[in-house]
Design a protein around this ligand. Structure first.
Ligand code: ATP
Ligand code: MG
Ligand code: FE
Length: 342
């Protein structure tokens, strides 16, 4: 079975083709991505209306690229999948509309999937796919959650951020250090040349005794430090970046270990854009090896938003029998949609 998936929840248009046979893990055949980052950069953040219009321009050409790369024709597609939520309403409607129109034109069934389930299942496309059950650390631009995962569609929330997401903490700190938007990757690069112990920044909720996170206070502490540095900020920005990254990473690592301990599970899966962070991976690798725990990551290119994870989530949901595609073509999107509610 061939599943063509569309991702359009925010500022990247992603399309991918996945092949699913019997009970074997579905296989990614091809994927293509267009990032709108440069288009939104002048505004310092994503402009929803511009995002929607650009998804319209990109979706079908990307689908043609994917089919060409996979050496398949559109008539061979069995199911069309799209991101149903959460995300920007207008952007989601483009992906849903394109997927349903394509499905109707081809007389093939369609299905909508949860964007975060896409992130969560993306490590199954990696070289070292996990096995259920596991704890997932979902760290993206809009979410920071620890969940217990017992199978496809079986997600129990263990803890989450009470304010900003980890990705937001990276981006907002980067912005006030003048590193542009979204500055997470730039801050991480700069941090490699800095001293992580240079500035003492808070580790919010580190000792809260639960599995929740908070990053809003950290951003304020970074701002205060930047103001204090004043004109000397440029000379110290690598140190400030390294100290900021160290604070975020330490909280993520410690809480992940606590979640594994509390749940009694031996396996950690990391997903979402911040999962691409090298320092986070290095520290998790060391901490998990020491405790004989396994840790799995998505391929670097599949950490941030992409169509592959949407096609993969659709294929895995159908394979597990938790959701089937249908020919109603009556799409609705869910801009707000908690993952443990699916
Ligand atoms: P959500 O999935 O919650 O709706 P999103 O789709 O915007 O949010 P992702 O695409 O998963 O989020 O991830 C984007 C985030 O990941 C941004 O905040 C970005 O700065 C961050 N990010 C990407 N690479 C790195 C890195 N190497 N280090 C730190 N942060 C990173
Ligand atoms: Mg993005
Ligand atoms: Fe995302």
């Amino acid at each position: 079975m061939l599943v063509l998936g569309f991702e359009s929840s925010c500022d990247e248009t992603g399309v991918a083709l996945v092949q699913s046979e019997g009970t074997r893990l579905p296989r990614l055949l091809a994927h293509a991505l267009h990032s709108q980052v440069r288009m939104h950069a002048d505004y310092g953040g994503v402009v929803p209306e511009l995002a929607s219009r650009d998804h319209i321009r990109r979706a079908l050409p990307l689908a043609e690229t994917v089919l060409r790369e996979a050496g398949r024709s559109v008539a061979e597609v069995d199911v069309v999948a799209y991101t149903r939520g959460p995300g920007l309403a207008g952007a989601l409607l483009v992906g849903a509309g394109v997927a349903c129109a394509l499905g109707a034109a081809l007389d093939k069934p369609v299905l909508g999937v949860h964007h975060l389930e896409g992130h969560l299942l993306s490590p199954f496309m990696g070289a070292d796919p996990p096995e259920f059950p596991f704890v997932v650390l979902l760290v993206s631009g809009g979410h920071t959650q620890l969940m217990r995962v017992d199978g496809v569609g079986r997600y129990a929330m263990l803890g989450e951020t009470i304010d900003d997401a980890a990705g937001e903490a990276f981006d907002k700190s980067a912005k006030l250090m003048g590193l542009g938007y979204p500055g997470g990757p730039a801050l991480a690069r700069l941090a490699e040349q800095g001293d992580a112990k240079a500035f003492a920044l808070p580790r919010p909720l580190l000792h809260s005794g639960d599995l929740d996170f908070s990053f809003a206070g950290l951003k304020t502490a970074v701002l205060t430090q930047a103001k204090k540095l004043g004109e000397t900020l440029p000379a110290r920005s690598a140190d400030l970046a390294a100290s900021t990254q160290a604070a975020i990473v330490e909280v993520l690592v410690r809480k992940s270990l606590a979640a594994l301990k509390e749940s009694g599970l031996q396996r950690l899966v990391v997903a979402g854009g911040v999962g691409a962070n090298r320092e986070l991976r290095a520290q998790l690798d060391v901490a998990c090896a020491k405790r004989r725990l396994r840790v799995h990551y998505p391929e670097l290119a599949l950490c941030t938003d992409n169509g592959a994870m949407i096609a993969m989530a659709a294929a895995m949901r159908m394979q597990a029998g938790v959701q089937q595609a249908d020919k109603r073509y009556a799409f609705d999107v869910k801009p707000r949609w908690p993952l443990d509610a699916i």
